[in-house]
Design a protein around this ligand. Structure first.
Ligand code: DP6
Length: 330
Protein backbone atom coordinates (compact mmCIF):
# COMPACT_ATOMS: atom_id res chain seq x y z
CA UNK A 1 0.00 0.00 0.00
CA UNK A 2 1.29 3.48 -0.88
CA UNK A 3 -0.51 6.70 0.06
CA UNK A 4 1.01 10.10 -0.63
CA UNK A 5 0.15 13.74 -0.06
CA UNK A 6 2.02 17.04 -0.12
CA UNK A 7 1.49 20.25 1.82
CA UNK A 8 3.20 23.58 2.38
CA UNK A 9 3.41 26.08 5.23
CA UNK A 10 5.00 29.44 5.98
CA UNK A 11 7.38 30.01 8.88
CA UNK A 12 6.27 32.64 11.40
CA UNK A 13 7.82 35.44 13.41
CA UNK A 14 6.79 35.65 17.07
CA UNK A 15 5.92 39.09 18.46
CA UNK A 16 5.42 37.51 21.90
CA UNK A 17 7.97 34.72 22.19
CA UNK A 18 7.77 31.06 23.19
CA UNK A 19 10.78 30.22 25.36
CA UNK A 20 10.78 27.35 27.85
CA UNK A 21 8.35 24.46 28.31
CA UNK A 22 6.06 23.09 30.99
CA UNK A 23 6.48 19.70 29.26
CA UNK A 24 9.47 19.21 26.94
CA UNK A 25 8.22 15.98 25.31
CA UNK A 26 4.80 17.35 24.35
CA UNK A 27 6.17 20.89 23.93
CA UNK A 28 3.57 22.46 26.21
CA UNK A 29 5.07 25.96 26.45
CA UNK A 30 5.76 27.97 29.60
CA UNK A 31 3.74 30.90 28.18
CA UNK A 32 1.28 31.72 25.41
CA UNK A 33 2.71 33.45 22.31
CA UNK A 34 1.63 35.53 19.33
CA UNK A 35 3.03 35.57 15.78
CA UNK A 36 2.59 36.45 12.11
CA UNK A 37 3.03 33.95 9.29
CA UNK A 38 5.65 34.99 6.74
CA UNK A 39 4.46 35.12 3.15
CA UNK A 40 7.22 34.62 0.57
CA UNK A 41 8.97 31.89 2.61
CA UNK A 42 7.73 28.33 2.71
CA UNK A 43 8.47 24.66 3.31
CA UNK A 44 7.00 22.07 0.93
CA UNK A 45 6.74 18.54 2.24
CA UNK A 46 5.65 15.24 0.69
CA UNK A 47 4.75 12.28 2.93
CA UNK A 48 4.54 8.83 1.39
CA UNK A 49 3.32 6.00 3.63
CA UNK A 50 4.66 2.82 2.05
CA UNK A 51 4.24 -0.73 3.41
CA UNK A 52 7.51 -1.76 1.73
CA UNK A 53 9.57 0.61 3.95
CA UNK A 54 11.25 -0.91 7.05
CA UNK A 55 11.61 2.47 8.82
CA UNK A 56 10.81 6.18 8.37
CA UNK A 57 13.14 8.09 6.08
CA UNK A 58 13.74 11.85 5.84
CA UNK A 59 15.19 13.78 2.91
CA UNK A 60 15.68 17.44 3.78
CA UNK A 61 16.63 19.81 0.95
CA UNK A 62 17.78 16.79 -1.10
CA UNK A 63 20.00 15.33 1.68
CA UNK A 64 19.11 12.15 3.62
CA UNK A 65 18.92 12.98 7.37
CA UNK A 66 19.05 10.74 10.43
CA UNK A 67 19.52 11.32 14.19
CA UNK A 68 17.54 14.03 15.94
CA UNK A 69 15.93 15.44 12.77
CA UNK A 70 14.54 12.02 11.80
CA UNK A 71 13.52 11.23 15.41
CA UNK A 72 11.40 14.41 15.51
CA UNK A 73 9.72 13.51 12.22
CA UNK A 74 9.04 9.99 13.52
CA UNK A 75 7.46 11.43 16.72
CA UNK A 76 4.96 13.35 14.54
CA UNK A 77 4.35 10.36 12.26
CA UNK A 78 3.78 8.16 15.35
CA UNK A 79 0.93 10.46 16.43
CA UNK A 80 -0.57 10.20 12.94
CA UNK A 81 -0.19 6.41 12.91
CA UNK A 82 -1.90 6.20 16.29
CA UNK A 83 -4.84 8.25 14.98
CA UNK A 84 -5.11 6.15 11.78
CA UNK A 85 -4.46 2.88 13.65
CA UNK A 86 -1.68 1.65 11.36
CA UNK A 87 2.06 0.96 11.62
CA UNK A 88 3.26 1.79 8.10
CA UNK A 89 6.57 3.69 7.76
CA UNK A 90 6.86 6.80 5.63
CA UNK A 91 9.28 8.58 3.30
CA UNK A 92 9.27 12.32 4.02
CA UNK A 93 10.78 14.78 1.53
CA UNK A 94 10.97 18.40 2.61
CA UNK A 95 12.32 21.51 0.85
CA UNK A 96 12.74 25.01 2.30
CA UNK A 97 12.69 28.12 0.14
CA UNK A 98 15.04 29.78 2.67
CA UNK A 99 18.27 28.91 4.54
CA UNK A 100 17.81 26.38 7.39
CA UNK A 101 18.96 27.16 10.95
CA UNK A 102 19.34 30.93 10.67
CA UNK A 103 16.80 32.04 13.24
CA UNK A 104 14.14 32.01 10.52
CA UNK A 105 12.22 29.23 12.24
CA UNK A 106 12.39 26.54 9.54
CA UNK A 107 11.14 23.95 12.05
CA UNK A 108 7.84 25.88 12.26
CA UNK A 109 7.01 25.62 8.57
CA UNK A 110 8.54 22.13 8.32
CA UNK A 111 6.44 20.52 11.04
CA UNK A 112 3.26 22.38 10.05
CA UNK A 113 3.66 21.11 6.47
CA UNK A 114 4.51 17.60 7.77
CA UNK A 115 1.40 17.46 10.01
CA UNK A 116 -0.90 18.57 7.17
CA UNK A 117 0.71 16.35 4.49
CA UNK A 118 0.75 13.31 6.81
CA UNK A 119 -2.88 13.74 7.89
CA UNK A 120 -3.94 14.20 4.25
CA UNK A 121 -2.00 11.13 3.09
CA UNK A 122 -3.82 9.03 5.69
CA UNK A 123 -7.23 10.53 4.86
CA UNK A 124 -7.63 11.85 8.42
CA UNK A 125 -10.09 14.73 8.66
CA UNK A 126 -8.46 16.77 11.42
CA UNK A 127 -9.74 20.16 12.58
CA UNK A 128 -7.39 23.17 12.56
CA UNK A 129 -6.82 22.91 16.37
CA UNK A 130 -6.03 19.19 15.99
CA UNK A 131 -3.52 19.90 13.20
CA UNK A 132 -1.98 22.65 15.33
CA UNK A 133 -1.60 20.23 18.29
CA UNK A 134 -0.02 17.66 15.97
CA UNK A 135 2.44 20.19 14.48
CA UNK A 136 3.36 21.27 18.05
CA UNK A 137 4.67 17.76 18.83
CA UNK A 138 7.42 18.26 16.19
CA UNK A 139 8.21 21.89 17.00
CA UNK A 140 6.37 24.25 19.34
CA UNK A 141 6.36 27.21 16.95
CA UNK A 142 4.94 24.93 14.19
CA UNK A 143 1.58 25.02 16.02
CA UNK A 144 1.40 28.70 14.95
CA UNK A 145 2.09 27.96 11.25
CA UNK A 146 -1.14 25.96 10.80
CA UNK A 147 -3.67 28.86 11.07
CA UNK A 148 -3.31 31.93 8.81
CA UNK A 149 -2.36 35.57 9.31
CA UNK A 150 -1.84 36.75 12.90
CA UNK A 151 -1.90 33.80 15.28
CA UNK A 152 -2.10 33.22 19.02
CA UNK A 153 -0.92 29.97 20.63
CA UNK A 154 -2.67 29.33 23.96
CA UNK A 155 -0.11 27.62 26.18
CA UNK A 156 -2.71 25.34 27.80
CA UNK A 157 -1.72 22.65 30.27
CA UNK A 158 -1.89 19.43 28.22
CA UNK A 159 -1.96 18.14 24.62
CA UNK A 160 -5.65 18.94 24.06
CA UNK A 161 -5.54 22.48 25.44
CA UNK A 162 -2.30 23.65 23.75
CA UNK A 163 -2.93 24.87 20.17
CA UNK A 164 -2.96 28.01 18.04
CA UNK A 165 -5.77 29.98 16.40
CA UNK A 166 -5.89 32.95 14.05
CA UNK A 167 -6.83 36.28 15.67
CA UNK A 168 -6.72 38.34 12.44
CA UNK A 169 -6.43 37.50 8.75
CA UNK A 170 -3.58 38.36 6.36
CA UNK A 171 -5.30 41.55 5.17
CA UNK A 172 -5.99 42.87 8.67
CA UNK A 173 -2.80 44.89 9.00
CA UNK A 174 -0.32 45.83 6.29
CA UNK A 175 2.77 44.93 8.33
CA UNK A 176 6.16 44.27 6.74
CA UNK A 177 8.95 42.11 8.21
CA UNK A 178 12.41 42.74 6.75
CA UNK A 179 14.55 39.79 7.83
CA UNK A 180 18.06 41.19 7.94
CA UNK A 181 20.49 38.30 7.50
CA UNK A 182 23.81 38.76 9.24
CA UNK A 183 24.74 35.09 9.02
CA UNK A 184 23.26 32.09 7.23
CA UNK A 185 25.33 29.66 9.29
CA UNK A 186 23.54 26.98 11.29
CA UNK A 187 22.97 28.19 14.86
CA UNK A 188 25.28 26.66 17.48
CA UNK A 189 22.57 25.81 20.03
CA UNK A 190 19.15 24.76 18.72
CA UNK A 191 15.92 26.22 20.11
CA UNK A 192 15.04 22.77 21.48
CA UNK A 193 18.25 22.74 23.56
CA UNK A 194 17.64 26.36 24.55
CA UNK A 195 14.11 25.71 25.83
CA UNK A 196 15.60 23.13 28.22
CA UNK A 197 17.93 25.78 29.68
CA UNK A 198 15.31 28.49 30.16
CA UNK A 199 14.50 27.52 33.76
CA UNK A 200 18.17 27.82 34.75
CA UNK A 201 17.91 31.60 34.31
CA UNK A 202 16.81 33.51 37.42
CA UNK A 203 14.92 35.83 35.02
CA UNK A 204 12.67 33.20 33.40
CA UNK A 205 10.13 33.22 36.26
CA UNK A 206 9.65 36.99 35.93
CA UNK A 207 9.48 36.78 32.11
CA UNK A 208 6.77 34.10 32.25
CA UNK A 209 4.82 35.77 35.09
CA UNK A 210 4.47 38.95 32.97
CA UNK A 211 3.85 37.16 29.63
CA UNK A 212 0.02 37.34 29.64
CA UNK A 213 0.13 41.09 30.29
CA UNK A 214 2.49 41.58 27.32
CA UNK A 215 0.37 39.31 25.15
CA UNK A 216 -2.82 41.26 26.00
CA UNK A 217 -1.08 44.54 25.10
CA UNK A 218 0.38 43.11 21.89
CA UNK A 219 -3.04 41.75 20.81
CA UNK A 220 -4.64 45.13 21.57
CA UNK A 221 -1.94 47.02 19.62
CA UNK A 222 -2.34 44.65 16.69
CA UNK A 223 -6.15 44.76 16.62
CA UNK A 224 -6.07 48.59 16.90
CA UNK A 225 -3.16 48.80 14.40
CA UNK A 226 -1.32 50.92 16.97
CA UNK A 227 2.27 50.60 15.76
CA UNK A 228 3.81 52.67 18.52
CA UNK A 229 2.40 50.43 21.32
CA UNK A 230 3.09 47.36 19.19
CA UNK A 231 6.78 48.24 18.76
CA UNK A 232 7.24 48.95 22.46
CA UNK A 233 5.86 45.54 23.52
CA UNK A 234 7.49 43.54 20.72
CA UNK A 235 10.96 44.91 21.53
CA UNK A 236 10.46 44.43 25.27
CA UNK A 237 9.36 40.83 24.77
CA UNK A 238 12.28 39.99 22.47
CA UNK A 239 14.85 41.55 24.79
CA UNK A 240 13.34 39.78 27.82
CA UNK A 241 13.75 36.44 26.01
CA UNK A 242 17.37 37.24 25.11
CA UNK A 243 18.02 38.30 28.72
CA UNK A 244 16.84 34.85 29.82
CA UNK A 245 19.03 33.23 27.15
CA UNK A 246 22.13 35.21 28.20
CA UNK A 247 21.58 34.43 31.89
CA UNK A 248 20.97 30.69 31.46
CA UNK A 249 23.53 28.10 32.58
CA UNK A 250 25.38 27.69 30.26
CA UNK A 251 24.63 31.14 28.80
CA UNK A 252 23.31 31.48 25.25
CA UNK A 253 24.48 34.50 23.28
CA UNK A 254 22.73 34.46 19.91
CA UNK A 255 23.61 38.09 19.12
CA UNK A 256 26.57 39.01 16.90
CA UNK A 257 28.10 42.51 16.67
CA UNK A 258 25.96 43.16 13.57
CA UNK A 259 22.81 42.38 15.61
CA UNK A 260 23.50 45.28 17.98
CA UNK A 261 24.37 47.54 15.06
CA UNK A 262 20.87 47.03 13.64
CA UNK A 263 19.18 47.45 17.05
CA UNK A 264 20.96 50.80 17.45
CA UNK A 265 20.09 51.90 13.92
CA UNK A 266 16.39 51.03 14.42
CA UNK A 267 16.32 53.12 17.62
CA UNK A 268 17.92 56.07 15.78
CA UNK A 269 15.47 55.84 12.86
CA UNK A 270 12.58 55.83 15.30
CA UNK A 271 13.90 59.02 16.90
CA UNK A 272 13.95 60.52 13.39
CA UNK A 273 10.20 59.75 13.13
CA UNK A 274 10.21 56.44 11.22
CA UNK A 275 7.68 53.85 12.47
CA UNK A 276 9.91 50.81 12.91
CA UNK A 277 10.82 48.20 15.54
CA UNK A 278 12.87 45.01 15.84
CA UNK A 279 12.54 41.47 17.14
CA UNK A 280 15.13 38.68 17.25
CA UNK A 281 14.68 34.89 17.44
CA UNK A 282 17.28 32.25 18.39
CA UNK A 283 19.97 33.54 16.02
CA UNK A 284 21.87 36.72 15.14
CA UNK A 285 19.53 37.91 12.37
CA UNK A 286 17.16 40.78 13.07
CA UNK A 287 13.51 41.06 12.02
CA UNK A 288 12.86 44.74 11.33
CA UNK A 289 9.11 45.42 11.40
CA UNK A 290 7.21 48.42 10.03
CA UNK A 291 3.83 49.41 8.56
CA UNK A 292 3.68 48.96 4.76
CA UNK A 293 3.62 52.77 4.32
CA UNK A 294 7.14 52.94 5.84
CA UNK A 295 8.58 49.96 3.94
CA UNK A 296 10.40 51.95 1.24
CA UNK A 297 12.04 54.29 3.76
CA UNK A 298 13.08 51.39 6.03
CA UNK A 299 14.45 49.34 3.10
CA UNK A 300 16.54 52.32 1.92
CA UNK A 301 18.01 52.76 5.39
CA UNK A 302 18.68 49.04 5.84
CA UNK A 303 20.57 48.76 2.55
CA UNK A 304 22.90 51.56 3.70
CA UNK A 305 24.14 49.40 6.62
CA UNK A 306 27.46 47.69 5.93
CA UNK A 307 27.58 44.44 7.93
CA UNK A 308 24.59 42.67 6.46
CA UNK A 309 24.49 39.74 4.03
CA UNK A 310 21.01 40.14 2.59
CA UNK A 311 17.46 41.28 3.32
CA UNK A 312 14.26 39.25 2.85
CA UNK A 313 10.93 41.09 2.71
CA UNK A 314 7.86 39.29 4.13
CA UNK A 315 4.22 40.26 4.56
CA UNK A 316 1.45 38.43 6.50
CA UNK A 317 1.10 34.86 5.22
CA UNK A 318 -1.87 32.49 5.02
CA UNK A 319 -2.47 29.12 6.67
CA UNK A 320 -0.75 25.82 5.82
CA UNK A 321 -2.17 24.38 2.61
CA UNK A 322 -2.42 21.06 0.75
CA UNK A 323 -0.53 20.87 -2.56
CA UNK A 324 -1.81 19.03 -5.62
CA UNK A 325 0.54 16.35 -7.05
CA UNK A 326 1.55 18.69 -9.89
CA UNK A 327 2.63 21.55 -7.57
CA UNK A 328 4.39 19.65 -4.77
CA UNK A 329 7.82 20.03 -6.44
CA UNK A 330 9.53 17.68 -3.92
C1 DP6 B 1 13.02 31.92 19.68
O1 DP6 B 1 9.63 26.16 18.05
O2 DP6 B 1 12.03 26.34 17.28
O3 DP6 B 1 11.79 31.28 17.74
O4 DP6 B 1 9.73 23.48 19.97
O5 DP6 B 1 12.12 23.00 20.31
O6 DP6 B 1 11.22 23.19 17.97
P1 DP6 B 1 11.11 23.64 19.41
O7 DP6 B 1 11.47 25.17 19.43
P2 DP6 B 1 11.05 26.31 18.40
O8 DP6 B 1 11.25 27.59 19.34
C2 DP6 B 1 11.03 28.87 18.83
C3 DP6 B 1 11.71 29.85 19.68
C4 DP6 B 1 11.74 31.26 19.15
C5 DP6 B 1 10.56 32.05 19.67
C6 DP6 B 1 9.22 31.77 19.01
O9 DP6 B 1 9.16 31.46 17.81
O10 DP6 B 1 8.21 31.93 19.71
Amino acid sequence: MISTAAAAAHPNIAFIKYWGNQDHTLRIPANSSLSMNLDGLETRTTVQFDTSLAADQLILNGEPREGDALARVTATLDQLRRLAELETSALVKSENSFPTGTGIASSASAFAALALAGATALGLCLSEPELSQLARIGSGSASRSIPGGFVEWQAGTDHESSFATSIAGTDYWDLVDFIVLISSQHKAVSSSQGHQLADTSPLQGARVADADRRLDLCRKALLERDFSLFGEIVELDSTLMHSVMMTSTPPLYYWAPGTLEIITAVQEWREEGVQVCFTIDAGPNVHVLCPGTEAEAVKRRLTSLVNIKSILKCTPGGPAWVLGPETSGV
